[in-house]
Design a protein around this ligand. Sequence first.
Ligand code: WT7
Length: 613
Amino acid sequence: MGLPEERGRSGSGSRAQEEAGAGGQARSWSPPPEVSRSAHVPSLQRYRELHRRSVEEPREFWGDIAKEFYWKTPCPGPFLRYNFDVTKGKIFIEWMKGAITNICYNVLDRNVHEKKLGDKVAFYWEGNEPGETTQITYHELLVQVCQFSNVLRKQGIQKGDRVAIYMPMIPELVVAMLACARIGALHSIVISWNQGIDLWWHELMQEAGDECEPEWCDAEDPLFILYTSGSTGKPKGVVHTVGGYMLYVATTFKYVFDFHAADVFWCTADIGWITGHSYVTYGPLANGATSVLFEGIPTYPDVSRLWSIVDKYKVTKFYTAPTAIRLLMKFGDEPVTKHSRATLQVLGTVGEPINPEAWLWYHRVVGAQRCPIVDTFWQTETGGHMLTPLPGATPMKPGSATFPFFGVAPAILNESGEELEGEAEGYLVFKQPWPGIMRTVYGNHERFETTYFKKFPGYYVTGDGCRRDQDGYYWITGRIDDMLNVSGHLLSTAEVESALVEHEAVAEAAVVGHPHPVKGECLYCFVTLCDGHNFSPKLTEELKKQIREKIGPIATPDYIQNAPGLPKTRSGKIMRRVLRKIAQNDHDLGDTSTVADPSVISHLFSHRCLTIQ
Ligand code: WT7
């Protein structure tokens, strides 16, 4: 497969965005002055200065940040050692090796004792049933974590042991994670209960003491294992370590959400996913933030639930996934606008490219044109944000994750591994380590090297396609494995899907390549319609026309199937791997353990398009 930099046109997402902007103009949104005024990074110029220092002098940059944390022993040797080049030997990354600390101590004891935040609310918990609520302060959290740490030690758990945790979105899940971290055990949050091994919380907590000396850990000791969602294959156990992860999630949280002490932060992600680990648990707590922890779903008891919670807790910074935005968009503006949302200051998204249409709705309706949107690109493997706007500094373009975070040096490579300058499209890679990068695949270091470092020696390979526009903005075009190749032209899933979602009848779309005798591959599209719209041959024609006009005749789909639901991972990512099989009527789906709602698969199989439309 060739890569699209030679396509000789300005490429993917932008066209849709440019037309989605006012009057067909290319449009970017400047940071609102009232946000910039009090922001940690108040201008693009300041961002550029800080970014330059962070990549040119990473040891000094992160060394200064490390001083804000508690170290039993500061880093005795090199602050950073690494090898990113498989041709030069084993891949390894070490930040602050030999420094001794404890992340639980840093996010709790330090906040309670040094920063005097004991009485500050750490979490407002909102249950699935409206009215079912609790809250927990930093002091209370520390006490419970100490108790549970004692429980774990009594069970014989020691430093380096692995503890699987199976719990819903309740404060006890945070307690359990932090207790593992306190005693140096690795936590691994799972989806199934293991009869015979697993134990009940309330029985264990009854007699536990409420003080517990932390286990002092090396900065490079493992903190947790997280299995990736597996949208493209067999899950991998991603290993993150104590020191680098702590610095990275604390710093990204502070700058990307422009955190201030009075904020009420709400990340809707499940704690079981990396977004929850980094931006429900560790990032906010490291900053002494107050967060909302929500057990329920956006549509219960009705589709305005999120906004009623925003008003109830006076949420200032709100972080969710494009899938949630597209879901809520289907129901129109009224469920949003009937709530005030006056406290909201910054909105965020993560998980997939956000279609410009969904971005504009999020900005106009949810954020009332007032709130910057941080479209954060990152991965389980990266630990924290990689490409993202900063709310007070970065002019935003809908659908672009904009620029690299501090310490991040992106490059775009062509198929031969050459770095492309200026406007270009190709493989997104990173040239040097940042503190939050994963260190290995659990139990299989070779798989770590093969997956991320073999293809282009010297670089960390994300597996995502990316375009850089004339202003230097980065646009994620989707997973490289999902790219579409029609008669030798490469198309990204993101560009075709964005063109479909621009149609008023379409709430969500997924596009896959499908074998074709002449073109090699043709486009097979799945579309989920908005409430009140019906699927019809007329609509199919309109959608084809729309794609022809937005992208070009080459992208005209051969098949468009009505999809009331799409197969997604539990974190909301569309599983195009499964959709490709459905389009081909191939029932050998491989590992589908991560599909959130398997019933949608049989429905899609039985309603396949049999003929070219
Ligand atoms: C993949 C990583 C990061 C936490 C949640 C997902 C896609 C993520 C964006 C974004 C475009 C995005 C990429 C990436 N992705 N955020 N803002 N724009 N694509 O973590 O399950 O490890 O998935 O999600 O394809 O590689 P994950």
